[in-house]
Design a protein around this ligand. Structure first.
Ligand SMILES: [Zn+2]
Length: 146
């Protein structure tokens, strides 16, 4: 017997007007990209390099609902490769460097760019999920603590 009506996997019923106004998407994503909690903008979102805290250490907002998975990695590779590829072509045509210097320069450069961008993109990703109330972020507090 299922008495839990209205709470199907990840779904919940709420008034759409309230969800858009109390969690603006852009500030939440910017806070996440800065490594801060999307709710308060003060507490750290990460425990270490990429592990998202279960709760915000400042405001206590639950962050364990995030499901970033491989999304930030795909987006990081997409952005870095779309910058590095035309840059590689331009530098090769304009300066004709040796193959070894191209390999070393772009190998190290793209790895560093990915390592720098990945936490920022993941933070923004979690901020987006929080703002849009995805994956349990939008459940009422009574349901979350149960
Ligand atoms: Zn917070």
């Amino acid at each position: 017997m299922n008495t839990d009506q209205g709470t199907v996997a990840g779904g919940y019923s709420t008034q759409s007007g309230a969800t858009e106004n109390d969690r603006p998407t852009r500030p939440a994503m910017l806070r996440g990209a800065m490594g801060r909690c999307p709710a308060c903008g003060e507490g750290k979102i990460f425990d270490g390099y990429l592990k998202v805290n279960d709760h915000c250490p400042n405001c206590g907002e639950e962050l364990h609902h995030q499901r970033a998975d491989d999304g930030p990695a795909y987006l990081t590779i997409l952005i870095v490769s779309h910058i590095a590829t035309p840059l590689l072509l331009y530098i090769f045509i304009a300066y004709r460097p040796s193959a070894l210097s191209l390999l070393l320069g772009f190998g190290i450069g793209t790895v560093l760019a990915c390592l720098l961008m990945l936490p920022r993109i993941k933070g923004a990703w979690v901020g987006l999920q929080w703002a849009r109330r995805m994956h349990g972020f939008g459940l009422p507090a009574a349901t979350k603590s149960a």
